[in-house]
Design a protein around this ligand. Structure first.
Ligand code: UDX
Length: 435
């Protein structure tokens, strides 16, 4: 089966190399010439564990190709996956312009039947409108079918999520589209991955409903953690007990400074907008966003508890990406924390194992010093904030860190350290919702 994948971001590259690994011939398309050239030489432009090896392997074997020529990729493929970005517009609606322009270009290059599969996250109705757009350009008899196949991969473990998904959602217009996608996913079908076959609109909504539910769950545990702080209760015992209830489940109950990334905030905003446009108030999701927007302040509150006024203080920040194992800083809470600390008049020393140039561009201030390692970051700092829980920070020699610091405050916004151990080293420890 020959596939074209349009858009080489996280979803496109993981999907493309994943399908190449499953035995398909894949051509990935992007308008960015530099990116295409980089990928042709086997270089992945962002950090995702395992992806570079996979891309190199299948580029070398000729099963994975990269091009700017959308027309020839479409003409050579039976199935075209759309994996372009749908970033938030200022009003919270997603920007669908990339989907539209890809749709127009596909229409210009139709030569035989194509199944056009939307993997980009887009509001209910987008896929059907895309089909209508292509048909309006090529006449109602245009030999196409549109499908929706949302992607649930998590950055940092994207390949594992692609190869072992909890479920595959397939929304189609007809039985024919469903049959083709079932054939493409046959290797996953054989390992008993559950499949849900449904309509285009249902598949579109499932993606938003899933991401927003997880976001609500995180905001919920963050509020419980804040209450635990006030009542001197350990939130982890509460979360563990909650998770033992199979109706609740243990995942996504880890408190912290709030969720970030390219999906949760954007998708929650889009779902709220979808509700507004349908005259349905989605107040839970709206509130989850509001709770999240203020949750990073927990770090500032703890720092004030430890240091008093923050102006002029030197704060070391460990971790800048929105979560570990990625160099993505989109809507990263760590960056939001840094910006808030700069506003308070702090000096920052910052370090992340993978993020540097990207963070330097957004934290562009003479009061920020980017360091080469966690120990150097802690030098002469009044406080250290663990903002993103990379493994590198879990097993540090904290006694050495303490000696390098000027102060003794450790704000562990991800609750990874053993409280008694860090206290025994002379730190004043502040977690989120831990006694
Ligand atoms: C998410 C969804 O998990 C994935 O299915 C979807 O396709 C894209 O969005 P991702 O954004 O890569 O994936 O990261 P995820 O691991 O879900 O974490 C999102 C944010 O929530 C991070 O900022 C993380 O730190 C935070 N989080 C997650 C918590 O604060 N607590 C938790 O218990 C879990």
């Amino acid at each position: 089966m020959k596939l074209a994948i349009v858009g080489t971001g996280y979803v496109g590259l993981v999907t493309g190399s994943g399908f190449a690994d499953l035995g398909m011939e894949v051509t990935c398309v992007d308008i960015d010439e530099g990116r295409v050239r980089q990928l042709q030489s086997g270089q992945v432009p962002f950090f995702e564990p395992g992806l570079q090896d996979l891309v190199k392997r299948y580029v070398a074997r000729g099963r994975l190709r990269f091009t700017r020529d959308l027309g020839s990729a479409v003409r050579n493929a039976q199935v075209v996956f759309i994996t372009v970005g749908t970033p938030s517009l200022p009003d919270g609606n997603p920007d669908l312009s990339q989907i539209e322009s890809v749709g127009k270009e596909i229409a210009e290059n139709l030569d035989s039947f194509k199944l056009i599969v939307m993997k980009s996250t887009a509001p209910v109705g987008t896929a059907r409108r895309l089909g209508a757009l292509i048909r309006s350009q090529r006449g109602p008899a245009a030999d196409i079918e549109v499908a929706v196949n949302p992607e649930f991969l998590r950055e940092g473990s994207a390949l594992e999520d692609f190869m072992r998904p909890n479920r595959v959602i397939i929304g189609t217009e007809t039985e024919r589209g469903a049959r083709i996608l079932k054939e493409i996913y046959r290797p996953l079908y054989l390992i008993e991955t559950p499949f849900v076959f449904t309509t285009l609109e249902t598949a579109e909504l499932i993606k938003y409903a899933a991401n927003s539910f997880l976001a609500v769950k995180i905001s919920y545990i963050n509020e419980i953690a804040n209450l635990c702080d006030a009542l001197n209760i350990d939130v982890h015992i509460v979360a563990k007990a909650l998770g033992m209830d199979r109706r609740i489940g243990p995942k996504f109950l880890h408190p912290g400074p709030g969720f970030g990334g390219s999906c949760f905030p954007k998708d929650c905003r889009a779902l709220v907008q979808m509700g507004r446009q349908a005259n349905v108030e989605l107040s839970l999701v709206d509130t989850a966003l509001r709770v999240n927007a203020r949750q990073h302040q927990v770090v500032l509150y703890k720092l004030r508890q430890g240091l008093g006024a923050l102006e002029g203080k030197t704060i070391a920040v460990w971790g800048l990406s929105f979560k570990p194992n990625t160099n993505d800083i989109r809507e990263s809470t760590a960056i939001v924390i840094c910006q808030a600390l700069l506003k308070e008049g702090c000096r920052l020393r910052a370090y992340d194992p993978e993020v540097c140039a990207e963070a330097q561009a957004v934290l562009n201030s003479e009061r920020v010093c980017f360091c080469r390692g966690p120990l150097e970051t802690a030098e002469a700092a009044d406080a250290v904030v663990l903002a993103t829980e990379w493994n590198e920070f879990r097993n540090l020699d904290l006694a050495e860190v303490k000696r390098a610091m000027r102060g003794d405050v450790l704000v562990d916004s991800r609750n990874v350290y053993d409280i008694e151990m860090v206290k025994s080293l002379g730190f004043r420890y502040f977690g989120v919702g831990r006694r």
